[in-house]
Design a protein around this ligand. Structure first.
Ligand code: SAM
Length: 281
């Protein structure tokens, strides 16, 4: 008997017309659909006349369900994995069953389609050659600071999911750290009130201070700008950071931020100069 296949099926992030023809066919043909929220998915399945049995699969039962589903694959049953919206496993349940199915040697097939990360990036107008998706923006200030420090090291477009009630606070943090960077917020993509706002983090925050954000949001930021400090010597930058740390008792992080503002040099440039090992100078 052939083993079953686990299909990882993307579903719309708002507009039902965005489901693919292949996704509808696979959802109709498999033996069972593993859904994050069965009631939520029932609406989608009813809309397309899909009668396949649905089983719940979410973070609270994923260990038990993974065992059941892997056993079903061994019996030759085909399973489609879906979540409430978009691509399973992308800030959504699914990782464990995909991991275990692959580990057991069963076929796993992607049925690609909507995903808020790529949809937002594609309309952002920010550089797309390299991008880094961080999932939801960290809630704890310490975690957020550590991540923003790391972001200064990478020259990519950084992408976050964010809830509407934390959006302006997150934009405020980004404005403090990256006052000149280009920021885009993509809200309610593919839905009636779709909105894409761009500017500096400060100006986008200002926009949402006046028009309270609702619905679902993706935040994108490109931290590298043209290097206005290209003519500055790394050693001079490093010395300024060290001076500030000593004279004002600042942490390295705060000193880097101050020097970046004083010299109008991107923080990643100051960070690189200040943290370069003495052996590489
Ligand atoms: N797996 C999904 C995907 O492929 O995009 C993401 C699931 S995650 C739990 C939900 C988050 O995705 C939302 O809080 C929001 O940040 C983002 N999101 C989902 N749909 C969106 C939409 N239509 N417009 C903007 N952001 C969206």
């Amino acid at each position: 008997m052939d083993a079953g296949c686990l299909y990882v099926v993307a579903t719309p992030i708002g507009n039902l017309e965005d489901i693919t023809a292949r996704a509808v066919r696979i959802l109709s043909e498999v033996h069972v659909i593993a859904a994050e929220d069965t009631r939520h998915s029932r609406r989608l399945l009813d809309h397309f006349g899909i009668l396949t049995p649905v089983r719940s699969y979410h973070e609270h039962n994923e260990a038990v369900r993974t065992e059941e589903f892997v056993a079903a694959l061994a019996e030759g049953k085909n399973i489609a994995l879906i979540t409430d919206a978009g691509t399973p496993c992308i800030s959504d349940p699914g990782y464990r069953i995909v991991h275990e199915a692959r580990k057991a040697g069963f076929p796993v097939a992607a049925i690609p389609g909507p995903c808020a990360v790529t949809a937002a990036l594609s309309v952002s107008g920010l550089p797309t050659d390299a991008f880094t998706f961080h999932g939801f923006f960290p809630r704890k200030p310490g975690d957020a600071n550590r991540l923003m420090d790391k972001m200064t090291e990478w020259s990519t477009t950084h992408i976050f999911y964010e809830s509407p009630n934390r959006l302006t606070a997150t934009l405020g943090r980004l404005a403090d750290e990256f006052p000149d960077a280009q920021v885009v917020v993509a809200r309610e993509l593919t839905k009636k009130f779709e909105e894409v706002v761009s500017g500096t983090a400060g100006s986008v925050q200002e926009h949402f201070n006046h028009a309270r954000p609702r619905g679902e949001c993706v935040v994108l930021i490109h931290t590298e700008s043209a290097d206005p400090g290209a003519s500055l010597d790394d050693e001079a930058i490093r010395a300024q950071v060290a001076d500030l740390m000593a004279s004002e008792n600042l942490s390295q992080r705060d000193a880097i931020r101050r020097v970046s503002q004083m010299l109008h040099v991107p923080r990643n440039r100051v960070y690189a100069a200040a943290t370069r090992s003495p052996w590489n100078r």
